[in-house]
Design a protein around this ligand. Structure first.
Ligand code: NZQ
Ligand code: ZN
Length: 386
């Protein structure tokens, strides 16, 4: 096991009816910017619950944070925060609203020339304006981590930011919000969370038995819960297990003491930036090919995963590892997920070359747990996904 430090300050308030807890969690004298997306919270009752819990606090609303939150939209909110002397931000939404809010709290007092530098330099955010969240879509884990991903339309870039100042003060996780989530977003949630576990697990053995079993148990739970939640998002037992699995997949716990990969996410973000493909679907396109290209580096963990998740015990290490990749692709297909880039866009022919050039320019010369994914290897992975 590798050395590690672990600190996660986010308070989780989990369960039915817990949105009411905002009344005690949000400072009574705060000037609040309440951020949300395109309006789902207005049709599923979440908005009313939030407003009721906030009582007579001063609340300014900022809506319209889009999926894959954009710098262009968010800078409008930064202006409002400065003009209105906002002291606390409350994000009510999915990963996009929460990530967008992390950008706001980092950008509002940013002293450099342009807050976009936070993404490009990148700047580690150590201190930011306090914020809390009401999660409406389990998927990203952003409700309990200190990362965010922001898109800039004008340059077709999608980049990450982070730092200890970006943990939410609290996050309210009421599984009842899942009832109104459309099937496409439920599938996205399952695939995103599953891939988060893979990014922190499918590397090489590090003698971290407990972390491996945490990771395997999250994936096992997601496999079990996925068909149930898609068939009936009002199934509270399934919804609560789904929600907690997504949070646990990316709150920092399972990555401690182990090597991590994250190249699937880095490459996937390019597919969203170029073609607007949903984040989770970009992962489903990339990781199966990445595992084939990085087979020798990952085969031990692939075989362990195959045995523990799918009961694969027959054949050589290589045969078991190969079958484990196929079983994972079968799982994606069972959810109706398409795993080829050409199934999402017809404009794919130059994507591999584009990714190679962009990663080279950025100096991303060796991604993955062994830094083996050079820009040329990233290109090979993308081209195999056509
Ligand atoms: O905008 P509204 O109207 O709210 O509708 C949203 C949106 O259209 C809808 N939705 C959310 N909750 C709902 C609901 N519809 C009905 N009922 C509800 N209860 O779902 C749509 C998608 O929402 P979005 O927030 O974009 O989805 P998700 O949570 O999957 O977030 C994706 C973003 O998170 C980033 C992704 O890159 C992407 O930008 N990620 C953030 C990470 C992090 N900070 O740690 C890690 C991830 O790997 C990921 O990169
Ligand atoms: Zn993700």
């Amino acid at each position: 096991m590798l050395n590690f430090e672990f600190q996660n300050p986010t308070k989780i308030i989990f369960g039915k009816g817990q949105i009411a807890a905002l009344a005690k969690e949000v400072p009574a004298d705060a000037t609040i910017l309440m951020t949300y997306g395109g309006g789902s919270i207005k049709s599923n009752g979440v908005y009313e619950q939030v407003i009721a819990a906030l009582g007579d606090r001063k609340v300014i609303e900022f809506s319209g944070i889009e999926p894959n939150p954009s710098y262009e939209t968010l800078m409008k909110a930064v202006e409002i925060m400065r003009a209105e002397k906002v002291t606390f931000v409350l994000a009510v939404g999915g990963g996009s609203v929460i990530d967008g809010t992390k950008f706001l709290v980092a950008a509002v007092d940013y002293e450099g020339a342009d807050p976009w530098e936070i993404l490009t330099k990148p700047v580690r955010t150590v201190k930011a304006m306090p914020f809390g969240t009401v999660l409406t879509l389990p998927a990203t884990g952003t409700e309990m981590n200190s990362g965010a991903v922001i898109t800039r339309y004008s340059t077709q870039e999608k980049l990450g930011m982070g730092g200890p100042g970006l943990f939410p003060a609290f996050s309210i996780l009421d599984p009842e919000v899942i009832k109104s989530i459309p099937p496409r977003q439920l599938v996205n949630g399952v695939v995103d969370a599953y891939t988060h576990v893979l990014e922190q697990y499918m590397t090489y053995p590090a003698g971290a038995w407990l972390q491996d079993r945490f990771a395997e148990s999250i994936m096992q739970t997601l496999i079990e819960v996925a068909p149930k939640i898609i068939a009936n998002p009002a199934d509270y037992e399934a919804a609560s297990n789904f929600m907690w699995s997504c949070t646990m997949a990316l709150n920092g716990l399972i990555q401690k003491g182990v090597p991590t990969d994250w190249a699937t996410h880095a490459i996937g973000h390019e597919l969203t930036a170029l073609y607007g493909i949903d984040h989770a679907m970009t992962l489903a396109i990339i990781f199966p090919q990445l595992y084939k290209v990085q087979f020798d580096n990952k085969k031990e963990k692939l075989a362990q995963y195959g045995e523990r998740l799918f009961g694969i015990t027959e054949g050589s290490l290589e045969e078991r590892a190969t079958l484990a990749i196929q079983k994972t692709i079968d799982f994606l297909h069972s959810l109706g997920v398409k795993t080829r880039l050409s199934e999402y866009t017809s404009d794919y022919a130059d994507t591999g070359a584009f990714v190679e050039e962009r990663f080279t320019k950025r100096g991303w010369l060796g991604l993955g747990e062994r830094k083996a994914i050079t820009p040329a290897v990233a290109r090979q992975i993308v081209e195999l996904s056509y």
